[in-house]
Design a protein around this ligand. Structure first.
Ligand SMILES: NC(=O)C1=CN([C@@H]2O[C@H](COP(=O)(O)OP(=O)(O)OC[C@H]3O[C@@H](n4cnc5c(N)ncnc54)[C@H](OP(=O)(O)O)[C@@H]3O)[C@@H](O)[C@H]2O)C=CC1
Ligand SMILES: C[C@H]1O[C@H](OP(=O)(O)OP(=O)(O)OC[C@H]2O[C@@H](n3cnc4c(=O)[nH]c(N)nc43)[C@H](O)[C@@H]2O)[C@@H](O)[C@@H](O)C1=O
Length: 326
């Protein structure tokens, strides 16, 4: 294990999870850099397979890694599949981070999530709120795994001097999102629901929970730009928040998407579904102080993502996830 801890451009970058929403956006963004991008589909490399991951790193020798592969899902999937969200994420991140360290990877960016912060953290949430209070019960399993990932990066830095960092994105949306209503996040779910309601002439659309929770949304192209910026410039022990500052209630988000999708009917709130955390607006002041700012306004991003969904839904699987052709 070597301990070269400089920032700066990487040459061979392994983007883990390149077929996902975040990984694909990172690949689009990296195409503008002088870097060779290494990818593997899940069929080629199951990241929960420790031996296969070690072999891959021994053969490919990337000098940087962006870890955007994970078991990801919305509030209900997190709540109903605690084993999958805890176990898959612990395995994927531990295998990748450990193999990277064992095979001389110089730089690694681990993606956490704003849900790792305490449910009732002071708003906007600063990085030092981590581990200061109880987690939101619906996604505590996923959060515990992600917290372990943050600590593993810090541990490799402390014990082996490695330059591994963690970024905490807020709620994301954009091309290649998951539009499966059972497992998706709210924004793609509402795009699909309102588009289909307009097409079928449905009079109501069901919105989970009370509509009062507040969420901060960022377009995935902004996130990808921030991750490449951090890969090249950030070498800190602390995780760093990546937010947009664009906060909206679920009711207002639904109203906005309904308008953009051309749905004029009624919103019906389903109180049997969980609200989750009441608010999670991140303080992204540290990232801004480094000189990075988001660009995509929420309305523009939603309009663009509705267009993407309309243009691409035929190629999505029946469940609304990107097919295996990429
Ligand atoms: N979406 C969001 O709102 C947020 C996401 N994040 C973080 O960003 C990262 C990416 O999320 P996102 O792009 O939305 O998620 P996606 O589900 O769109 O993508 C995840 C990717 O990981 C791959 N993957 C999952 N399990 C394995 C495995 N065992 N072996 C190999 N590959 C695997 C998937 O492969 P396959 O295509 O085969 O399924 C997919 O390409 C995650 O770390 C997530 O926690 C953080 C905050 C918010
Ligand atoms: C990114 C983050 O994402 C997850 O947390 P979340 O922000 O609570 O996730 P969500 O997008 O699924 O819901 C946001 C809000 O929206 C409401 N809501 C309304 N109607 C629908 C709906 O149709 N689908 C969904 N999914 N939610 C809906 C829903 O009830 C909730 O109040 C974490 O588990 C964790 O994985 C994580 O890191």
């Amino acid at each position: 294990m070597t301990a070269e801890s400089s920032t700066g451009p990487a040459r061979r970058i392994f983007v883990a999870g390149h077929r996902g929403m975040v990984g694909s956006a990172i690949c689009r963004r990296l195409a503008r850099e002088k870097a060779e991008i290494i990818t593997r589909t899940r069929a080629e490399l199951d990241l929960t397979d420790q031996r296969a991951v070690a072999e891959f790193f021994a053969n490919e020798r990337p000098d940087a890694v962006i870890l955007a592969a994970a078991r990801v899902g919305g509030i209900l999937a997190n709540d109903r599949q605690p084993v999958d969200f805890l176990q898959d994420n612990l395995q994927i991140q531990t295998n990748v981070i450990a193999a990277a360290a064992d095979h001389g990877v110089r730089r690694l960016v681990f993606l956490g999530s704003s849900c790792i912060y305490p449910k009732f953290a002071e708003q906007p949430i600063r990085e030092d709120a981590l581990m200061t209070g109880p987690l939101e019960p619906t996604n505590q399993w996923y959060a515990i795994a992600k917290i372990a990932g943050v600590y593993l990066c810090q541990a490799y830095r402390r014990q082996h001097g490695l330059s591994y960092v963690s970024a905490m994105p807020t709620n994301l949306y954009g091309p290649n999102d998951n539009f499966d209503l059972a497992t998706s996040h709210v924004l793609p779910a509402l795009i699909r629901k309102f588009v289909e309601a307009r097409e079928t002439g449905a009079e109501t659309v069901e919105i989970w929970g009370s509509g009062t929770p507040l969420r901060e949304f960022m377009h995935v192209d902004d996130l990808a730009d921030a991750i490449v910026f951090l890969l090249e410039t950030y070498d800190g022990d602390e995780p760093i928040n990546v937010g947009s500052g664009q906060e909206v209630s679920i009711r207002d988000l639904a109203t906005l998407i309904a308008r953009e999708a051309g749905f004029a009917g009624e919103l019906r709130f389903d109180a049997t579904k969980p609200d989750g955390t009441p608010r999670k607006l991140m303080d992204s002041g540290r990232l801004h102080a480094l000189g990075w700012r988001p660009r995509v306004a929420l309305e523009d991003g939603i309009r663009q993502t509705i267009r993407w969904y309309l243009d691409n839904r035929a190629a999505l699987g029946a469940d609304g996830r990107t097919g295996s052709s990429q």
